[in-house]
Design a protein around this ligand. Structure first.
Ligand code: GUN
Length: 288
């Protein structure tokens, strides 16, 4: 299989994320000249191993570009009240420009209540209803990092969005819904598919832009893709072989698509880079 030449252009998330981090580092230096150090507060509750890795990477990324970050590691039995009190303190801390509470939270904590406690002006994830609403009306303050990164990748790949058919598979608050809104704002005709969609392939075959964000290995196969389409794989799964894989059958779809993102090295590094962008933008707004 691997000897078959691929035709799709690879959209390199690692390279694009690197250039975005370089740009953020320049903006951090410009703020430093004015005595402002951008700050991101990361809060992790409990011991979810995947969350621990994500959070460690976010802190490392901040250090690389000169953003000051703090990491609050709270025990799994932290009360909702204690977490809300911590957020109130971070909201009031002038050194903190962005706040991120890693999800998922332990079951005894109401995720929605926690997100709504974060000041919308510091909501680096863009999950607060105020920021979601801003996105709906087309004037976003913070955009959720993963769909924001996908938009940057499409722009970088030169994919035409105006008038294009875009299909998003997945309707989560973190990816699917905000992705659909961003594509819509860019002039695409957007269809959102999900677990209850009757004939998924009938929709995906019409897509000039196909974004898969469900968390099912090999959900998207070559027969479901329009020749020449741009395929963005947001999935992050462990395959049966233990390797990281996305939602798209990469080997098969590469022979049909015009451009495609790999996993790993595609959307993942872009999500991390856009958190830095959201944080520097918050600090720049604060310095104005
Ligand atoms: N868990 C999975 N993705 C995310 C994300 O983008 N932000 C936060 N806070 N938690 C997550």
């Amino acid at each position: 299989m691997s000897s078959v030449p691929t035709t799709a252009r690879l959209i390199d998330g690692n390279a694009l994320a690197r250039s975005i981090r370089d740009d953020v580092a320049r903006r951090v230096a410009a703020l430093a000249a004015r005595g402002v150090v951008p700050g991101l507060a990361v809060v992790l509750v409990g011991e979810n191993p995947a969350s621990a890795v994500y959070v460690r990477n976010k802190v490392k990324d901040c250090a690389e570009v000169g953003i000051a970050s703090t990491l609050d590691r709270l025990p799994a039995d932290t009360s909702e009240t204690a977490l809300l009190e911590r957020i109130v303190a971070l909201n009031a801390d002038p050194a903190v420009h962005g706040i991120l509470v890693q999800l998922p939270l332990p079951e005894h904590i109401d995720e929605h209540r926690v997100i709504e406690a974060i000041s919308p002006a510091k909501d680096a994830d863009g999950f607060h209803v105020s920021n979601v609403g801003q996105l709906v009306v087309g004037e976003p303050l913070f955009r959720p990092c993963t769909p924001y990164g996908v938009m940057k990748m499409l722009e970088h790949a030169g994919t035409r969005l105006d008038g294009a058919e875009a299909v998003v598979i997945g309707r989560s608050n973190i990816v699917g819904k905000p992705q659909a809104l961003m594509l819509l704002a860019a002039g695409a005709t957007v269809t959102v598919c999900h677990s209850r969609t009757r004939d998924l392939a009938a929709h995906t075959r019409r897509a000039d832009i196909l974004v898969a964000a469900v968390g099912r290995p090999n959900l998207v196969t070559a027969d479901m893709v329009k020749p020449g389409a741009t395929v963005i794989d947001v999935g992050m799964n462990r395959g049966a072989d233990g390797k990281l894989c996305g939602d798209v059958d990469f080997a098969g779809v590469s022979r049909v698509a015009g451009a495609i993102t790999p996993v790993p090295g595609g959307v993942g590094p872009m999500t991390r880079a856009m958190l830095l962008v959201n944080t520097i933008e918050a600090a720049e707004r604060g310095a104005r």
